[in-house]
Design a protein around this ligand. Sequence first.
Ligand code: PFF
Length: 452
Amino acid sequence: MEGHQAQGQAGHSDRTTQERFSAKGFIMAAIGSAVGLGNMWKFPYITGKYGGAAFFALFLICLLVIGLPILLAELTIGRGGRGNPSASMRRLSGQRKWGVLGGLAILCPFIILSYYSVVAGWTVHYSIKAFAGTLFSGVGYGQQFEELMSSWVPAFWQLAVMAICALVVGRGVAAGIEKFNKLLIPAMLVLLIMMMIRAITLPGAMSGVQYFLRPDFSMLTPTSVLAALGHAFFSLSLGMGTILTYGAYVDRRQSLSQAALAVTGGDVLYALLAGLIIFPTCFAFGIEVSQGPGLIFAALPVAFEAMPLGTLFGGLFFLLLSIAAITSAVSLLEVPVAFVMERWGWSRSKASAIVATACFMVGLPSALSVGGAVQGLSLAGKSFFDWMDFISSNIMLPVGGLIVALFAGYAWKQAADEAGLAGRAAWLWLALLRYVAPVLVMLIFLHSMGWI
Ligand code: PFF
């Protein structure tokens, strides 16, 4: 029975792992996963909230000390195990319990995608309205955002986003995911640079640049440190099995440590450019940068309305956000799709269509709970949307990160070999995974639960 099952699973696994990324395609796809709403929407407002440039400096340190080692661990487990998170961990350790723990990393992206696609849908809606000129109609932007939230429109755009993701993932690793990212990631860079030039040449923009890049460490608090740690995790797409699953499609000859550095560098570059767009623009138009999640939707349009060619730049800005969000959403969908393909032997297109539909349905209450039809669906003061975000980002994500660190640090003895590390580099990597990452991840967890 056991043998038969193992054989069956190996047979199914061929279905997913016959597919491969090219070296460049993998870097583009992983940057596509990492660069998302986290960089363009969350990073600016938490940087504004937790201390500007000093917070940015902290974020960079966290990326290096904890983000990079765990990113490399995920890639290594994926390439070593050649499968979805659960199958890879079970194969490499030979123990069923690791397969069960890896299963968490399949549920988590599914839940994140259910509400991430909702926010992605808002950005698509804003982009279309901005290009059409109807966003800048003189009606208060806070009010416009509220009106959108109370309608069924978010559900429509969420469906559209899920359909795009299903089409891309359904076409396959090389023909779908890789091609999509190879086209859009460079396009995003061009758009970001254009927008940055526009932003930093606005009158009064320099005080925004200084706020973002000149650190004042007296503004930091212990809370900022933990927020920076948590964000480093989210921003690199860690703890959710996405990088691990992409790692399963990486060629044996590709250097994983170089790939991990390139992805981390890409994530920083795009966050830097996003900051150099948002802060100068806000300072030039007197917009308060510490106002939280509404910064981009309810406040920034004021600036686009007032600047020359604002319709074009506003449209481009929201288009950028949509691209960033959809390339990340694609990586989230790939995880459960790879799982059901391996587990039940479904074809890729069938798996993509069914998983995307299920995810849309689970996400529907999120789309309608931020002021819409099921606004009443709340528990302990949190809406359905907030609960999904809280459970996945604050609980499942740190737990996922911890599992990865412990697996590569302790359970799987050949991890350093597969990562291509030897000598001091291997020692340092394992020490970070064994001792530093678990402690820091526990701290993120306790902080996000409000216990410290
Ligand atoms: N890294 C993405 C962002 O910064 O928006 C979010 C994300 C995507 C998190 C994929 C996790 C993930 F698996």
